[in-house]
Design a protein around this ligand. Structure first.
Ligand code: GLV
Length: 388
């Protein structure tokens, strides 16, 4: 068993063990990948204040997200095709999250279905919805999420049309993989992954195959989005969906103050400041750079969460200190899953938790819920002067 001390360690093993097309799918941004890169490099610009001779005993990372107790305010983000990184991946990730005491969010574009995850876990999880053109499908999936006891609906707003990721086109991404010669050559070196896949029936989009109509190639994410996702989604439709769901609603993909204000008017319980991990609008600002202005505008009216770029506990601390009440990790746990299944997801949570706890102590703090900008050193031009 290799000694894992960082998320990067898990990433290296993930790259070795998972088929190239799925590793590349996770590790891509859209077009030039500028936003994807800046999501992480902008975190590096913020520095921390070292404080000494303060009581560092009895520390806690416990907090709440949308009123739910969490062992640390770090949820697992919805990630498409998770069950292709490792057999039954969503079930494994949900179990790791449940044992750790953090929320798990299941993607509409998952391999394991809502029902699969519910049957194999005890605690309620969150369900992420992509709005489809087929209203009956949407009503039905909302009802399925309610029946499964999901405790929040995470409505994604920034992917009604798919941003182009060059690698997915070049690799011919499908779930399950289409057996072309390059893919077969690559799969022949991934025996651990292959054995897992032989042992499961869950190998395509479990939430939608058999539930949605009129799709050309049901194995392709690009066909689903182009043929099914509703490009007309607007605030009026969001308000109706909120009513249909009737429970806690989190709006994901907010990167603009005006949109954050609209989310408040709709009555969202939380918003996620996010650019979809740099996978959608390439050229958009990083989520961490947008966070302060969104917090300043609506932070006292709605719970503000963030994702996109978190690869360490130090990153978590920076986002919380800027005012986020919670963050989400996507790639950081997918690396763990692709590396070593449920154990790897647990490992990624442990790595991040330990980094968060120790970093907080070295900043002279004992409680994540009291973190504020006082622990940070922020360059004066961090947010930048951008003109519309
Ligand atoms: C889907 O959520 C994707 O970013 O591919």
């Amino acid at each position: 068993m290799p000694v894992i001390t960082t998320i990067d360690d898990l990433k290296r093993i993930h790259k070795r063990r998972a088929p190239k097309m799925f590793y590349d799918y996770a590790e891509s941004g859209s077009w030039t990948e500028q936003t994807f890169r800046e999501n992480t490099s902008d975190f590096d610009q913020i520095r921390l204040r070292q404080r000494v001779a303060v009581d560092m005993s009895d520390r806690t990372t416990k907090s709440q997200m949308i009123g739910q107790d969490v062992a640390m305010p770090v949820a697992l983000a919805p990630v498409g095709l998770t069950g292709m990184q490792c057999a039954d991946g969503e079930i494994k990730a949900a179990r790791a999250a449940e044992k750790f005491g953090v929320p798990f969010t299941l993607s509409t574009m998952s391999i394991c279905s809502i029902e699969d995850v519910a049957e194999n876990t005890k605690n309620p999880f969150w369900f992420q919805l992509y709005v489809m053109r087929d209203e009956e499908f949407v009503d039905n999936i909302i009802a399925r999420a309610k029946n499964a006891g999901c405790s929040a609906l995470v409505l994604t707003l920034d992917l009604q049309i798919l941003g182009q990721r060059h690698k997915d086109l070049k690799n011919g991404l499908t779930a399950p993989p289409k057996l072309t010669i390059p893919t077969m050559v690559n799969l022949s070196t991934k025996w651990r992954w292959g054995l897992g896949m032989l042992g499961t029936k869950r190998r395509t989009f479990g939430n939608i195959v058999g539930h949605a109509k009129n799709v050309g190639d049901t194995r392709k994410l690009s066909s689903w989005t182009a043929e099914q996702f509703e490009p007309k989604l607007d605030w009026g439709m969001i308000a109706k969906l909120k009513e249909k769901w009737g429970g806690k609603l989190i709006l994901k993909g907010i990167l603009d103050v005006e949109d954050a204000q609209k989310a408040v008017q709709i009555g969202a319980d939380a918003i996620i400041v996010s650019n979809h991990g740099g996978r959608q609008l390439d050229g958009a600002l990083s989520a961490i750079r947008m966070l302060p202005s969104i917090i300043a505008a609506v932070g006292d009216q709605v719970e503000v969460h963030m994702d996109s770029g978190i690869r360490s506990g130090q990153d978590v601390l920076k986002a919380l200190a800027l005012g986020a009440k919670g963050v989400y990790i996507g790639r950081s746990y997918i690396y763990g899953l692709g590396a070593m299944g449920e154990l790897g997801v647990t490992k990624s949570l442990e790595v991040i938790h330990k980094e968060l706890d120790l970093t907080m102590a070295l900043c002279g703090r004992r409680d994540v819920t009291t973190l504020d900008r006082e622990v940070l050193l922020i360059p004066q031009d961090f947010e930048g002067k951008w003109q519309p």
